[in-house]
Design a protein around this ligand. Structure first.
Ligand SMILES: Nc1ncnc2c1ncn2[C@@H]1O[C@H](COP(=O)(O)OP(=O)(O)OP(=O)(O)O)[C@@H](O)[C@H]1O
Ligand SMILES: [Mg+2]
Length: 267
C-alpha cells in the first residue's frame, strides 16, 4: 500500500510541543503525512491525540516546533493567513457537531454561505444534494439531525466536513460509540473519501483492527511522543511493549473472546 504513494508529505511536523500550564502534552512530535494517504493516530486515552490534531490544524498554537502544510509553515503564519489556509482542512469530530436547530441541508449549506459566501440558492442546493447522495443518504436534507440515527449523524458530519472540498480531512474517533456494522460503514466512507475524492485522511481511532486494515501509515502516540510509526506491518513489528500490548489485546485476546488487559497498559 505504502509503496505506490508519493513520498512528498502534505503535512509535516517538527519537534512539536504543546503544554497547558506545567502539563506538557506534546513532546517533540515529528511526523510526515504522505499526500493522498490514510494516516491513523492511535494511543491510549489522554495521551495527546486530539491536542495533536488541533495543533496541526491551527486551532491550538504550539509552544515550540513547526507545522507545514505542503511548503507553507503554518506555525509562522499570522492569524488571518492561518485562517485562510485552514479552509484546506476539514474535520469531523466525534459528536458530529451538527446544529440540531437546523435541517441537514441547512447544516451543510452553512459553511458554503458563511465561508465561501455563496449566494446562489440553486447551486447550494445542488451541491448539498450531490453530497448527500455521495454519502448514500439521499433525501434526508429536510430532516433535523436529532431525528437521525447515530450512524447517519456521523455520515452527515463527514459530509459537512467535505462540503468545502478540503485537501485534508481530519477524523477524531469517527467510529467511537457505533456498533461494529456501523463502524464498518464509516471506515468504508474514509476509504472512499481517499479513493474517490483523492483527499488525504488523518484519523484518530481506538478501532485498532480498522487502523491496521485501512491505514497506509500508523503513528502510535504515548504521553505526547510517537513511540512507533510506519506502515501497519512496520508498526506491528515494533518491539515497544505498549505497542505490542495494544496489538495483542486488539487482535488476539479480543478475538479469543476474553480480554486480559496486560500490566503494561496499567489497567
Ligand atoms: N484546552 C485544554 N486545557 C488544558 N488541558 C487540556 C486541554 N486540552 C487537552 N488537555 C489535556 O491534554 C491531555 C491530552 O488530551 P487529549 O484530548 O489530546 O487526549 P486524547 O489522546 O485525545 O484522549 P482520548 O483518546 O480520550 O480522546 C489531557 O490530559 C487533557 O486533559
Ligand atoms: Mg481525543
Amino acid at each position: 500500500m505504502t509503496s505506490d504513494l508519493p513520498s512528498k508529505p502534505i503535512i509535516r511536523t517538527w519537534k512539536l510541543h504543546k503544554s497547558f500550564g506545567s502539563h506538557e502534552v506534546l513532546k517533540a512530535v515529528n511526523l510526515e503525512i504522505p499526500e493522498t494517504s490514510i494516516y491513523a493516530i492511535i494511543g491510549q486515552s489522554g495521551t495527546g491525540k486530539s491536542v495533536l490534531f488541533k495543533t496541526i490544524m491551527g486551532m491550538l498554537l504550539p509552544d515550540g516546533g513547526k507545522v507545514w502544510f505542503r511548503d507553507t509553515e503554518l506555525s509562522a503564519l499570522a492569524p488571518d493567513a492561518l485562517m485562510a489556509m485552514r479552509k484546506s482542512f476539514g474535520y469531523a469530530f466525534q459528536n458530529a457537531a451538527l446544529f440540531d436547530s437546523m435541517t441537514v441541508e441547512e447544516n451543510l449549506a452553512f459553511p458554503l454561505k458563511e465561508v465561501l459566501r455563496l449566494k446562489d440558492r440553486e447551486a447550494i442546493h445542488q451541491r448539498v444534494t450531490e453530497l448527500l447522495t455521495w454519502i448514500e443518504l439521499p433525501g434526508i436534507g429536510s430532516r433535523r439531525p436529532d431525528t437521525l440515527s447515530g450512524g447517519m449523524r456521523k455520515r452527515v458530519g463527514v459530509a459537512r466536513a467535505l462540503i468545502l472540498r478540503p485537501e485534508v480531512l481530519f477524523f477524531d474517533e469517527p467510529t467511537t460509540g457505533l456498533d461494529p456494522v456501523l463502524s464498518e460503514t464509516i471506515n468504508n466512507l474514509v476509504v472512499r473519501v481517499r479513493r474517490e475524492l483523492g483527499i488525504t485522511c488523518v484519523l484518530i481511532t481506538h478501532d485498532i483492527p480498522a487502523a491496521f486494515r485501512i491505514a497506509d501509515k500508523i503513528a502510535f502516540l504515548d504521553q505526547g511522543s510517537i513511540i512507533a510509526e510506519g506502515s501497519p506491518a512496520e508498526v506491528a513489528r515494533s518491539d515497544h511493549p505498549l505497542v505490542q500490548a495494544f496489538i495483542r489485546i486488539s487482535f488476539v485476546e479480543r478475538t479469543a473472546g476474553s480480554i486480559h488487559a496486560p500490566q503494561e497498559l496499567g489497567l
